[in-house]
Design a binder for this molecule. Structure first.
Ligand SMILES: [Zn+2]
Length: 462
C-alpha cells in the first residue's frame, strides 16, 4: 500500500504542465467524421502514443480500416493488483457553426468565469480529451513519485467514437487476448453536479419489435362491412393497451423475471439528489409521472424496465376523411430491460401474448429490431464500492451510484466480447456543451479528476 499524499501533491504541482500537455492534444484537429482531417486524427494517435511512451507505457499506433487506435501497456507494481483497461477517445466532433464560438475551437484557453470558477474552452475539452487526460496525468504523477503504477494498466484510445466506431468491434475481436482485463474503466460520463461525483453502475438493455396485424384481404368500406369484419386497428390497439395494468406494471408473463428491487440504501441515496417528478419532467413540459406507481422518476428511468409504443400506423390518415376498415395495422414496440431480464425470453413472451389475442381468421407478423441485455455492476460490487469511497474522499459531496436510462455501446461490447465489467466514472458536467459551440471543461473537473483517478487506482489496487 502506497501513501498517496505525495502522489496527490505531485498532481497539484504538475497541474500547469498537465494543462500544457492537454492543450497540445486539443490543438490537434482530430475531427473523425470529416475525411479532410484524416491526417490530424493520425497525428492525435501519434501524439498520445509518444506521450504515453514517455510515461513508461509500451504504446503503439494500431492501424484499422478507419482511424488508428492507440494501445498502451504498463506493468503494475504488484502481481496481486487487478489489471485495468482504460478506454477513451481522441477524436472530436466537427466545430460548425464556427461563427458561434467565442474562441478558436482549436486554440484552447483558460477562462475566468467569476466566483473563483475557471473553465477550459475548446473542442474536445470535455468530450473526450480532457477526460482521458485526467487518467493519463494521474499515471504521470504516480510514476513521478513511486516509479511505477499500482495496477497493471492497458489503455485503449479510439479515434472513431464520434463517427459510430466502425473499427471498434473488429479490433476488440482481433485483439481480445491483449485487451482483456479484470475491469474496464470508461471515462466518457458526467458528475451528478458540480460538487457530487458519480459512478454509473447500470445501463438499461433493449428489445425492439415491429408487429403487423392483418385482417381482411383488402381495405373495406366501413358502411358495407363495419360491425361484421374484424378491424386490425382495434385488435392492435387493444393488445397494446393490455401491455400495462392500472398500476403501470407490465402484464407479460415472466416479464419481471430477473428484475430485482433496488436496495433501500441505494434508493435513499437517490432521494438525497433532490430530483422530483416536477423538476425532472418540468424540463419537457410535464409534471405527472407515468409508469409504475409509487416509484421515483430516478428509479423509473434507472432501475425499472419499460414497455413503450414507439410508433403506430394503419388505415387512412391523410387529409379529409375516408370510411375505411384497413386490411393491416402496425406498431413498433420497445422494451427497456434491467437486471438479468433475458431479451429473447421477453421477445417470446410478447409474441405469445400478441398471438393469443389475434382472432382465428386474422394473422400477425413480427419483425425483430435488435436485442441487448441490461448491463449492471452489482450495487455491492467491491470495485464499485472502492471507486465510490475514493471519489467521496476527493469531492465536497459523497459520490452517488447512478443508473443510466440509455446505453453506451462500448460497455456492452466489453461485456459481451471480453467478458469485462465496466466502471463508468467521468468528470463532465451537463452544461459542458459537448458537440456544440463553446465546449468547455471545468478546471476543477480536470484537476480533481486527476486526483480522483490517483485515489481510485490506489483503492482498486488493494
Ligand atoms: Zn461525443
Amino acid at each position: 500500500m502506497t501513501d498517496i499524499t505525495p502522489v496527490l501533491a505531485r498532481a497539484d504541482e504538475n497541474l500547469p504542465s498537465s494543462l500544457d500537455k492537454l492543450f497540445e492534444l486539443l490543438r490537434i484537429k482530430s475531427i473523425s467524421t470529416d475525411p479532410a482531417f484524416k491526417g490530424e486524427c493520425r497525428k492525435g494517435a501519434e501524439w498520445l502514443t509518444d506521450y504515453l511512451g514517455t510515461l513508461g507505457f509500451d504504446a503503439s499506433v494500431r492501424d484499422t480500416p478507419g482511424h488508428p487506435m492507440v494501445v498502451a501497456h504498463h506493468a503494475g507494481a504488484s502481481a496481486d493488483a487487478p489489471h485495468l483497461l482504460f478506454y477513451g477517445h481522441y477524436d472530436v466532433q466537427p466545430v460548425d457553426p464556427i461563427e458561434l464560438w467565442e474562441n478558436d475551437p482549436f486554440e484552447p484557453a483558460i477562462k475566468d468565469v467569476g466566483n473563483g470558477r475557471k473553465i477550459l474552452t475548446g473542442r474536445g475539452t470535455a468530450d473526450d480529451k480532457g477526460q482521458l487526460m485526467t487518467f493519463v496525468e494521474a499515471c504521470r504523477a504516480y510514476k513521478d513519485v513511486v516509479g511505477s503504477l499500482p495496477c497493471r494498466i492497458t489503455i485503449l484510445f479510439e479515434g472513431e467514437e464520434e463517427s459510430g466506431s466502425p473499427s471498434l468491434k473488429p479490433f476488440l475481436e482481433a485483439n481480445a487476448d491483449e485487451l482483456r482485463a479484470d475491469y474496464a474503466l470508461v471515462c466518457d460520463t458526467s458528475m451528478w453536479d458540480r460538487d457530487t461525483p458519480a459512478v454509473a453502475s447500470a445501463l438499461r438493455g433493449l428489445v425492439g419489435e415491429e408487429i403487423v396485424v392483418s385482417a381482411a384481404d383488402r381495405d373495406l368500406h366501413s358502411g358495407l362491412f363495419g360491425g361484421a369484419a374484424a378491424n386490425p386497428i382495434h385488435i392492435l390497439t387493444s393488445i397494446l393497451a393490455g401491455l400495462h395494468d392500472e398500476t403501470g406494471r407490465i402484464t407479460l408473463d415472466g416479464f419481471y423475471d430477473g428484475v430485482e428491487e433496488t436496495p433501500e440504501n441505494v434508493k435513499a441515496s437517490w432521494e438525497t439528489l433532490g430530483t422530483t417528478a416536477e423538476s425532472f419532467l418540468g424540463e419537457v413540459g410535464l409534471s405527472i409521472p407515468s409508469g409504475e406507481k409509487g416509484r421515483s422518476v430516478l428509479e423509473l428511468t434507472w432501475a425499472r424496465p419499460t414497455a413503450e409504443i414507439n410508433g403506430i400506423w394503419g388505415g387512412y390518415t391523410g387529409e379529409g376523411f375516408k370510411t375505411v376498415i384497413a386490411a393491416k395495422a402496425s406498431a413498433k414496440v420497445s422494451f427497456r430491460l434491467v437486471g438479468t431480464q433475458d431479451p429473447a425470453a421477453i421477445r417470446e413472451s410478447f409474441r405469445a401474448y400478441v398471438r393469443s389475442n389475434i382472432p382465428g381468421d386474422c394473422s400477425v407478423e413480427f419483425h425483430p429490431h435488435g436485442g441487448s441485455p441490461a448491463i449492471h455492476l452489482a450495487y455491492d460490487s467491491p470495485a464499485l464500492t472502492k471507486a465510490k469511497t475514493a471519489l467521496s474522499d476527493e469531492w465536497p459531496k459523497p459520490a452517488v451510484v447512478i443508473g443510466m436510462g440509455g446505453s453506451i455501446p462500448i460497455v456492452g461490447d466489453f461485456q459481451k466480447m471480453l467478458g469485462m465489467e465496466s466502471l463508468l466514472v467521468g468528470f463532465g458536467l451537463s452544461d459542458d456543451r459537448i458537440h456544440s459551440p463553446n465546449e468547455k471543461y471545468e478546471l476543477t473537473s480536470y484537476h480533481k479528476g486527476i486526483r480522483s483517478w490517483i485515489r481510485i487506482l490506489e483503492a482498486l489496487a488493494k
